[in-house]
Design a protein around this ligand. Structure first.
Ligand SMILES: Nc1ncnc2c1ncn2[C@@H]1O[C@H](COP(=O)(O)OP(=O)(O)OP(=O)(O)O)[C@@H](O)[C@H]1O
Length: 654
């Protein structure tokens, strides 16, 4: 890491870290001691040179901890983690046998340590105070682990052959040797009714609505866990209906038309354009919180539809009213609709029957869609679908307490399918902390962020030998107003930075495509380039408020952030091969940012839920990832410390 090559004069102090003369003299001292005739390998390489070998030489400076890589690649447990035991939590019987400490006893008080009165024995004290996440016992987690161990192939599930074949070729881009992830091993048998079959109850064609909550860590394949059974159900009911129609035809054959001898050469008039009965009446509905997720999941659904053959439609605020209308009312019919609750709500205001045939409803990112702001609309949609529903599926990377109590109240019989690692940040993600109050930043958060980006970028270029492997970094801020300001600041420091928030109007799909690896969908008509005709047709689909679509259509485009008049003058130095996206929680939910290896938490997230979602943009599907959190005055250092400790031990955040 070249700390001496600091990109800005403000960070001059970094140059002190290197001391080349020490490096050379130590090499000289070692060479003098070496026997000239025979070279032998030292058995003590792990211990380093003996103190005598470097006597009289200046001691190497300890590695600075106030940098994104300060704590990386540790081989020993850092002092702050030394006292924390990694043993499994005590079982219920052990706890009962252990001596109890009275609340005010001196023994209990002496167990407390630290100035802040933090309980040293409780590594999650600050997080517990937040009371954000539902606790899941380790007993339950290990029971699930046992259950899913044996299911290690997609062949073990009762999926139609064409669905099975399409997993590797269509959904996973031609991957070889794929096996189901823990949530897929749990969810597929349950949603396919395999357990019912085993018990001799058979697959339900009607009857009671089944309810499921799928909860698993970020980037663990939850989308396929619900999508495969849902598509399988569509194809099976299609086949069932076709068989029923054939039977009906056999039983009541249509009367043969009498030949009309007088009109032998007249051509019959074309049949009136009869739409498919499923036009604007989808059987499956997938609800997600953002347009970006509509595109992502829609892309996956479309690629599966190429081989499995079903009809799907993506409806979001990224499309004009004309496009939405033509997709929904396509005369060819429709099987799956992927949309946001707000958009669907405004569509159903004008045509409530859109929800009348829904048999499968998926509420993805349920922790967001059932929070205070979304809950009334989402719950309203669920209620409207209820009469025809056969399966109601909630899916989430976290179970906040609010979601837990909502489930207990509204769906007490819901089946919870929870993986053993729920609420843990993916194991291969490392988190480092940068104290922005220290030299050289002295409270300048923007400067600290720029420095971290430069270090990551330079490291990438050195690794690639100056080649062209591009680094993608996502920076999360707490307030969306900050995104543009920070983008401009980083641009002034020679960094290729873009802001993406709900206010962004400029090429959002193109910008995001660089971070997801997906191409922007060619069929989408992006709203930032509205035409008067497009906006007038937007009113044709629904009454005045096709809320999301019409309001954003008339917003004048903002000036481009990259060349705005208030931009600082361009930096004389530019960081090559590094792209930065500054965003809010808009991008922390569900977006599959596989090419991203680094996440910077510019602000300390408000809750452990946000930590999980933001850090979850890296380390997806077992990949490596790095998170850097900037901590300053007034930030909850205790929370950050506990998150870091929890990640180090691979524990679930509480
Ligand atoms: N069985 C599998 N084997 C290999 N890769 C898989 C498998 N299932 C899914 N994936 C891939 O894993 C990545 C993450 O999947 P997905 O987006 O469904 O995760 P998620 O659990 O929904 O994440 P989040 O909680 O962030 O929404 C995707 O790129 C997907 O293609």
């Amino acid at each position: 890491m070249l700390r001496s090559l600091c990109p800005f004069c403000e960070a001059r102090a970094f140059a002190k870290v290197l001391n080349p003369s020490w490096q050379h003299s130590r090499t000289a001292a070692t060479l003098q001691k070496r026997k000239p005739s025979r070279m032998t390998l030292s058995p003590n390489v792990r211990r380093g040179p003996p103190p005598a070998a470097i006597q009289g030489e200046p001691k190497p400076k300890p590695k600075s901890r106030n940098s994104p890589f300060g704590g990386m690649n540790m081989t020993t447990i850092p002092r702050e983690l030394e006292n924390v035991s990694i043993r499994k939590p005590a079982s219920r019987t052990e706890r009962r046998r252990a001596p109890r400490f009275a609340k005010n006893s001196t023994t209990s008080q002496s167990r407390r340590g630290g100035k802040d009165g933090r309980d040293r024995q409780d590594p999650m004290h600050a997080l517990k105070m937040q009371r954000a996440l539902t606790n899941i016992s380790y007993e339950k987690r290990s029971r699930v682990k046992q259950t899913i161990m044996e299911r290690d192939s997609f062949d073990e599930f009762d999926l139609l052959p064409i669905v099975k074949e399409s997993i590797a070729s269509q959904a996973l881009g031609g991957m070889v040797g794929v096996s189901p992830t823990p949530i897929q091993r749990l969810a597929l048998p349950a949603l396919l009714g395999m357990e019912d079959k085993k018990k001799g109850r058979g697959r339900k064609q009607g009857g009671e609505m089944q309810q499921f909550l799928l909860a698993a860590e970020t980037g663990s394949g939850k989308t396929l866990a619900y999508l495969l059974p849902v598509i399988d159900a569509i194809k099976r009911s299609e086949a069932f209906e076709a068989r029923a129609a054939t039977r009906e035809d056999k039983q009541n054959p249509a009367p043969a038309a009498k030949p009309n001898n007088t009109q032998l050469f007249t051509v019959a008039p074309p049949a009136p354009d009869s739409p498919d009965p499923s036009t604007a009446r989808p059987r499956t509905l997938i609800l997600v919180p953002t347009s970006e997720l509509v595109s992502q999941i829609g892309n996956l659904v479309k690629s599966l539809s190429h081989t499995i053959k079903f009809r799907s439609a993506l409806l979001s605020a990224a499309y004009t009213g004309r496009v939405i209308r033509s997709r929904l009312f396509s005369t060819g019919g429709i099987d799956i609709v992927i949309t946001t609750p707000h958009l669907l709500h405004s569509v159903t205001e004008s045509d409530p029957n859109v929800l009348s045939h829904v048999t499968h409803l998926v509420v993805d990112e349920a922790d967001s869609l059932l929070d205070r702001s979304f809950s009334p609309i989402t719950s309203g949609i669920i209620d409207r679908c209820a009469p025809s529903l056969r399966q109601l599926i909630f899916c989430s990377a976290t179970i906040p307490r609010s979601l837990d109590s909502y489930m207990q109240k509204r769906y007490p019989a819901i089946r919870r399918l929870v993986t053993p690692n729920l609420h843990a940040v993916p194991r291969r993600v490392q988190l480092s902390v940068v104290d922005i109050e220290k030299v050289p930043y002295q409270g300048n958060r923007g400067l600290a962020c720029a420095q971290v980006v430069w270090e990551i970028g330079k490291e990438g270029n050195e690794e690639a030998g100056g080649g062209s492997r591009e680094k993608k970094i996502v920076v999360f801020v707490n307030e969306r107003e900050k995104t543009d300001e920070l983008a401009r600041y980083l641009q002034g420091k020679g960094i290729d930075a873009h802001a993406l928030s709900r206010d962004s109007q400029d090429r959002t799909e193109d910008i995001l495509a660089g971070f997801t690896g997906l191409l922007p969908s060619p069929s989408s008509t992006l709203l930032p380039k509205p035409t008067p005709s497009a906006s007038s047709t937007a009113t044709a689909i629904s009454p005045a408020d096709l809320a999301h679509t019409t309001t954003t259509t008339f917003t004048p485009p903002r000036p481009s952030t990259s060349r705005s008049s208030s931009s600082p003058p361009p930096s004389p130095r530019a960081l090559p091969n590094t792209k930065v996206l500054i965003t809010t929680d808009l991008l922390s939910r569900g977006i599959d940012t596989l090419p991203v290896k680094h996440v910077i938490l510019y602000d300390v997230p408000h809750t452990s839920i946000d930590f999980i979602h933001r850090l979850g943009r890296v380390g997806r599907m077992g990949r490596r990832g790095r998170g850097v959190v900037l901590v300053g005055k007034g930030d909850r250092r205790d929370v950050v410390r506990e998150v870091r400790e929890g990640m180090f031990k691979g524990m679930a955040l509480i």
